[in-house]
Ligand binder design. Structure first.
Ligand code: SAH
Length: 493
C-alpha cells in the first residue's frame, strides 16, 4: 500500500490572498483535509470536491474535537495511505499545538512536512497600520499567549516584558485583556503607552480600537471586542491612524452580494474584495447548455443562408463553436456573416475563437441591440438563452426581417445558503445584477423578502427595469463592463 503523509499548512490570518502558493498546492493535492475554526470559507472552498473534509474546530456545538483525537485522526488517515493536509489558522508552529500532532506521526514513522503561514501576530497589526518594529521606537517584537493552560493561572513575567522596551503582541488575550494591562502597569509601564486591540484582522469586518495601556480595557469593552483579536502594546501603535490603509479602502466593510453564475463571478468577487468589501458569492443562476441541439446543428449546417449571427450573452459563443467543431468547421465558416455581440464581454468571448464582432452596441441591452439592428438585411441567426427577452424577435417581426431564434442554453435558477443572504438583504447590502435572469433568480431564492434596503447595481437598463419590478432601488453602470460596475458600486459607497 502507498504510504500516506501529512502536510501541516498555515492558512494565514483570514484574508484568503495571504495563503501561500505552497499551501495552495498542498490543498489542491489533498485527499483529506483536517481544519480548524479560524480557517475561512474562501480557503475551505479551495479544497478539492472529492477530498474528505474533517472539521475539528466546530464552534456551534462548543465541543471542539479534543487534541488527542485530532492526533489520532491524522495518524489513522495517513496509515490508510492518504495525502493528509492539516490546515491551521495563521502559522501552524505559532501557538498551534502541533507539537503533539507531530510527535505521534514521528513515533509511527509517518512522513510529514510543514508549510509556514502568514501569522496573525504580524499581519493583523499590519492591516491596522501598525508596523511591529520601527527604528525610532523599538528594536524587538515579542509574541505572547494571553491564554492560560486549562486550570492554571496566567503566568506572564511582565517585568521582563517591560524591560525589553519592544513591541508586545498578545494572542488569545481578549478575556485576559484587563489582567494583561494591569500586569504591565504594575510592572511600571507608562499608562500612556499606546496600545491597540484588533478584532477579525485582515478580514472585511476587521475592527480596531487604539488607545493607551491604561484605557484599553475600557475602550475594548465599550466596543464589545470579541475573539479572535490581537492586543498590541508599544509606541508603534501610535502610527496606526496615519499608516492605516485597510480601513481607508473604498469599499471597506461593505456587504456586497454577487449574483453572477458561479463560473463567471471570479474576477468581480476578487476585485471587490481587494477594495475591502465583504463579498458573498451568491450564484442564483446557472446556464446549462442544450447538448443535443438539432436546431442549432441544422442552422450551422446552412450558415450561408444567413447574413447576421447574433450573440446575446457571453455563454453563447463557446456553445456555438462547440457545435461548429462537431461538424468539422472552424471560424472560416463565418466568413460571409456579420456578427453582433450584446456587449464587450460577449465580444471578448468571440475573440477567443478568433472572431471579431462587427457590431457591439454602446448600450448593453437587447432592446438597444434590436434597435441598432433594425436596418439590417436578414436572415438573422439568434443564438441565445431559451427564455431570452422578446425585444429582438418582436422588432424583427415588425420590420419583416427574417430570423431564426435558436435556444443554445437554459437558465436554471438556484441559490445556496439563502438564510444568511436574507439577513444581509434585510440589513441593506449592495447586490450586483448582470442580467435580468440574475434578478429573477435572486428574487425566486428569497421570496417574501423586503428588498427596499438593498441597492441593486445593474449592468443594462433591462436588468435595472427587472429589478425595479421587485421594488429594488437600482443604479446602472455606465458601461457593460465589470470595471464600470465596480465604479457604479463605488459611487454608492
Ligand atoms: N497560529 C495562529 C495563532 C493561533 S492562536 C497564527 O499564527 O496566527 C489563536 C489566536 O490568534 C486568536 O485568539 C487571536 O489572538 C489570534 N488571531 C488569529 N487570527 C486572527 C485574526 N484574523 N484577527 C485577530 N486575531 C487573530
Amino acid at each position: 500500500m502507498r504510504t500516506g503523509n501529512v502536510i501541516l499548512v498555515g492558512a494565514g490570518p483570514g484574508d484568503p490572498g495571504l495563503l501561500t502558493r505552497k499551501g495552495l498546492e498542498a490543498i489542491a493535492q489533498a485527499e483529506v483535509v483536517v481544519f480548524d475554526r479560524l480557517v475561512g470559507p474562501e480557503i475551505l472552498g479551495l479544497i478539492p470536491e472529492n477530498a474528505e473534509k474533517i472539521d475539528v474546530g466546530k464552534q456551534a456545538s462548543n465541543h471542539p474535537v479534543p487534541q488527542y483525537r485530532i492526533n489520532q485522526i491524522l495518524l489513522e488517515k495517513a496509515l490508510e495511505g492518504k495525502r493528509v493536509v492539516r490546515l491551521k489558522g495563521g502559522d501552524p508552529f505559532l501557538f498551534g499545538r502541533v507539537g503533539e500532532e507531530l510527535e505521534l506521526l514521528k513515533e509511527n514513522g509517518i512522513p510529514f512536512q510543514e508549510v509556514p503561514g502568514v501569522t496573525s501576530a504580524l499581519s493583523v497589526p499590519a492591516y491596522a497600520g501598525i508596523p511591529v518594529t520601527h527604528r525610532n521606537y523599538c528594536s524587538s517584537v515579542h509574541i505572547i499567549t494571553g491564554h492560560a493552560k486549562a486550570g492554571t493561572e496566567l503566568k506572564i513575567d511582565f517585568d521582563a516584558l517591560r524591560r525589553t522596551k519592544g513591541t508586545l503582541v498578545f494572542l488569545m488575550g481578549v478575556t485576559a485583556l484587563p489582567m494583561i494591562c494591569k500586569g504591565l502597569l504594575d510592572s511600571g509601564m507608562d499608562g500612556d503607552m499606546p496600545a491597540a486591540v484588533i478584532e477579525r484582522g485582515t478580514l472585511p469586518r476587521q475592527r480596531k480600537v487604539v488607545s493607551t495601556l491604561a484605557e484599553l480595557p475600557k475602550a475594548a469593552e465599550n466596543a464589545k471586542i470579541v475573539s479572535p483579536a490581537i492586543i498590541v502594546v508599544g509606541k508603534v501603535c501610535g502610527l496606526s491612524d496615519s499608516f492605516d490603509w485597510f480601513d481607508n479602502l473604498h469599499l471597506k466593510g461593505r456587504e456586497i452580494i454577487v449574483t453572477r453564475p458561479a463560473e463567471r463571478n471570479g474576477s468581480l468577487c476578487g476585485k471587490l474584495s481587494a477594495l475591502g468589501a465583504s463579498v458573498t458569492a451568491y450564484p442564483c443562476i446557472r446556464t446549462v447548455e442544450r447538448v443535443n441541439n438539432p436546431e442549432l446543428d441544422t442552422a450551422i449546417g446552412k450558415l450561408n443562408d444567413y447574413r447576421w449571427l447574433v450573440f446575446t450573452s457571453p455563454a453563447g459563443p463557446e456553445i456555438f463553436f462547440r457545435h461548429l467543431r462537431k461538424q468539422h468547421k472552424d471560424a472560416r465558416a463565418l466568413a460571409n456573416l456579420k456578427i453582433a455581440a450584446i456587449g464587450p464581454k460577449t465580444a471578448g468571448e468571440l475573440e477567443k475563437f478568433g472572431v471579431f464582432a462587427d457590431l457591439v452596441p454602446e448600450t448593453y441591452d437587447s432592446d438597444y441591440l434590436a434597435q441598432t439592428m433594425a436596418w439590417v438585411e436578414g436572415p438573422v441567426l439568434l443564438c441565445r438563452a431559451s427564455e431570452g427577452s422578446d425585444a429582438m424577435p418582436r422588432l424583427f417581426a415588425e420590420k419583416g426581417i427574417p430570423f431564426a431564434d435558436i435556444a443554445c442554453y437554459d437558465t436554471v435558477y438556484e441559490a445556496p445558503n439563502s438564510d444568511s443572504v436574507r439577513e444581509l438583504v434585510e440589513s441593506g447590502a449592495i447586490v450586483t445584477f448582470t442580467s435580468a435572469s440574475t434578478v429573477r433568480g435572486f428574487a425566486r431564492s428569497l421570496p417574501d423578502t423586503d428588498y427596499s434596503n438593498i441597492i441593486g447595481c445593474c449592468i443594462g437598463r433591462q436588468t435595472a427595469a427587472e429589478a425595479e419590478q421587485y421594488g429594488i432601488p437600482v443604479r446602472i453602470a455606465e458601461k457593460a463592463t465589470m470595471d464600470s460596475l465596480i465604479e457604479c458600486i463605488k459611487g454608492v459607497c
